[in-house]
Design a protein around this ligand. Structure first.
Ligand SMILES: [Zn+2]
Ligand SMILES: [Zn+2]
Length: 283
């Protein structure tokens, strides 16, 4: 199995690689720019060199990037929708530059316009994105499963499949499954037979071939709560039993599993969570 964590790019993108190494990650997720600002600083040649050198020296890869939290391509507000679209396009271009194969996005919030309208807006944006991106751009865009808080879309597998079907050239459109989010949205993971049913459902509705990244987080809130609160592995409502099902599922062997749990400067929590995950694999 391939394990990793989201690591901070504070001080430059190359630092995230060093943090990943320190935290015992095989691979990592990063923000390709500051996650709470619209503007992105240009990636300088010197910084890129340092970043690629760090990857070569440590062997830690970057499996995916995560988009800024400001982006909402489901927004009915034209100005915000446009702004989101251009920010997303820029992030796709930055991932290409950083040779990151995937970019994870939260599908978006309809903020009162209704679910169908929101889902159609998302599909429209993605159609435009794939049409307008440079043809050499090979980055996959991954729709993340959500907990369904507020008016957030993407909390059922059917909603994600609806978007995928509406995108004309959807070869580069995939899915990121967040264990905390789907559990909170009402997909059980704890009992082996329930886990099996959840994955069968995913395969039937979306297709396991669309699954490119797993966000491996425990849930601070109970099953079906629709609340998105990440917890350390084994300390939440999914618990060790749930994660044992996931890390022993051979179909997921090549899918990077990324932690998005709280941590301090020394990354001790990442190290411990990764140790726990690896210890659950049956020999
Ligand atoms: Zn996310
Ligand atoms: Zn996530």
């Amino acid at each position: 199995m391939i394990f990793g964590a989201h690591e901070s790019i504070a001080g430059g993108v190359s630092n995230a690689i060093e943090r990943g190494k320190k935290a015992t990650c095989d691979t990592i997720q990063i923000f390709n720019k500051s996650n709470n600002q619209w503007r992105a600083k240009k990636l300088e040649e010197k910084e890129l060199d340092k970043y690629f050198q760090a990857i070569e020296e440590t062997g830690v890869t970057v499996a995916t990037s995560h988009t800024s939290y400001l982006i909402n391509i489901a927004s009915p507000n034209e100005e915000l929708n446009q702004k989101s679209y251009y920010a997303l396009k820029e992030e796709m271009e930055r991932c290409e530059l950083l040779k990151i194969p995937n970019l994870v996005i939260h599908p978006g919030s309809h903020t009162g316009s209704g679910e169908e309208t929101g889902l159609n807006k998302i599909a429209d944006s993605i159609n435009k994105l794939f049409a307008e991106l440079d043809s050499h751009n090979q980055v996959n865009l991954l729709l993340e499963t959500t907990a369904g808080q507020g008016t957030n879309l993407g909390y059922t597998f059917e909603q994600l499949s609806y978007i995928i079907d509406k995108v004309e050239h959807n070869e580069k459109l995939g899915v990121c499954l967040d264990t905390c989010h789907i559990f909170a949205a009402g997909y059980p993971l704890v009992e082996p037979k329930d886990y099996k049913k959840t994955m069968e459902k995913f395969d039937e509705v979306i297709g396991l071939d669309r699954l490119k990244i797993i966000h491996i987080n425990d849930s601070k809130k109970e099953f079906g709560s629709k609340k998105d609160r990440h917890e350390h592995i084994g300390k939440g409502f999914i618990g060790l039993d749930g994660f044992r099902n996931i890390v022993n599922d051979r179909r997921l062997k090549k899918i990077p599993m990324i932690l998005e749990t709280p941590k301090g400067e020394d990354l001790a929590e990442d190290i411990e969570n990764l140790r726990v995950l690896r210890s659950l694999i049956k020999k």
